[in-house]
Write a protein that binds this ligand. Structure first.
Ligand SMILES: *Cc1c(COP(=O)(O)O)cnc(C)c1O
Length: 356
């Protein structure tokens, strides 16, 4: 006899950890391996951020500020929104889960493009809601098809812009038309985890688009451009404070640690230094993208800190040949390989393998 979990949880795939660089390096007999698999920032933490972490570490016998007052105020000031419009979470993936838990349950549908962020179907399943996945068209969101897929059961639509893993972005006119047409009873979440890497002025800022639309909210994170993936801080900014309040209700108390809050505040204070790093990554993205296209790979224009190699059936071969040379990337079935933009040296190594 064993204790049965919920049947819809039993069928969920168990977490399969990615290759660890240390492990792979040992296996290959190399000094170290390079991880270009998780869209992390290649730069280590800024000295000012380490300092803030050290200061916060002296007080970890205390619970964190559950309202994250200082961080919320700093975000409010940065974006010109009220504290009531903000909901923080332990990484934006947790905020995703809080949103779905709050708004969708059994019998409800959550709509998103596919492929898109891998966490969406998982958090939907955990809430016992149904995922409706609308295929990408030419690696990009097919917003008219998504609109047509909305039914009376639809509670939430996720639009990941730029999209993970393809790096593509929807433009202002098409996203505005979509938001104009979505029924006001459907919550639209614009997942902008990679917003800081967007240069194209025609790729809209979700915070501008949500103005005047109480059913729209934006999701952002400190994990990518801000380089705090290991500390887990993400947030929602909603046009309607009631949405943020609802999302806060499904959050675990104290889930954003005092160290994470301090590091996030320090990172917002260092935004000029961080912007310079983002500019370097974007310059590398342009270089890598151009070189991959020159080599004959099909690479859609990326607006994020990664590129998508649509290599189809060659996906396992491409991923394995990179791995055998100490480069860990992220393959997706027989669709393609997502490669994070690393440091110039890391990108050169990756390009050297793909040239061969
Ligand atoms: C990386 C990523 C996130 C953020 O993850 P965190 O939990 O904040 O580390 C959210 N959405 C997308 C699409 C991502 O790629």
């Amino acid at each position: 006899m064993s204790v049965d979990p919920r049947s819809d949880i039993r069928v969920l795939p168990a977490y399969k950890p990615g290759r660890s660089p240390a492990d792979l390096a040992r296996e290959l007999g190399m000094a170290d391996a390079i991880k270009l698999a998780s869209n992390e920032n290649p730069f280590g933490p800024l000295p000012s951020v380490i300092e803030a972490i050290t200061r916060a570490a002296a007080e970890i016998n205390r619970y964190p500020d559950n309202g994250a007052v200082e961080l919320t105020a700093a975000l409010g000031a940065k974006y010109g929104v009220k504290a009531e419009q903000i909901a923080l979470g332990c990484g934006s993936v947790t905020v995703c889960q809080q949103i779905v838990q709050a708004y969708a349950g059994q019998g409800d549908a959550v709509l998103f493009a596919w492929r898109s962020f891998e966490a969406y179907p998982l958090v939907v399943a955990v809430s016992a809601a149904q995922s409706i996945m609308v295929p990408l068209r030419e690696d990009t969101h097919d917003l008219p098809a998504m609109l047509a897929a909305i039914t009376d059961n639809t509670k939430i639509v996720f639009v990941c812009n730029p999209n993970n893993p393809t790096g593509t972005a929807v433009r202002r006119a098409e996203l505005t038309a979509f938001l104009d047409a979505v029924p006001p009873s459907v919550l639209v979440i614009l997942d902008e985890a990679y917003r800081e890497y967007v240069l194209d002025a025609d790729v809209p800022d979700g915070l501008e688009l949500m103005a005047g639309r109480p059913n729209v909210a934006v999701l952002r994170t400190f994990s990518k451009a801000y380089g705090l993936a290991g500390l887990r801080v993400g947030y929602l900014i909603a046009e309607d404070p009631a949405v943020a309040e609802t999302v806060r209700k499904t959050g675990m108390p104290f889930s954003v640690s005092s160290i994470a809050q301090a590091a996030a505040v320090a990172s917002l204070e260092a935004s000029a230094e961080l912007a310079a790093r983002v500019a370097q990554t974007v310059a590398e993205r342009h270089r890598v993208q151009a070189e991959l296209v020159r080599l004959g790979y099909a690479v859609p224009e990326s607006h994020a800190n990664f590129v998508w190699l649509a290599v189809g059936e060659q996906t396992p071969v491409v991923a394995t040949s990179l791995e055998q040379r100490g480069l860990i990337v992220r393959p997706f079935g027989l669709e393609g390989v997502r490669i994070t933009i690393g440091s110039p040296q890391e990108n050169d190594m990756m390009l050297r393998v793909l040239r061969g």
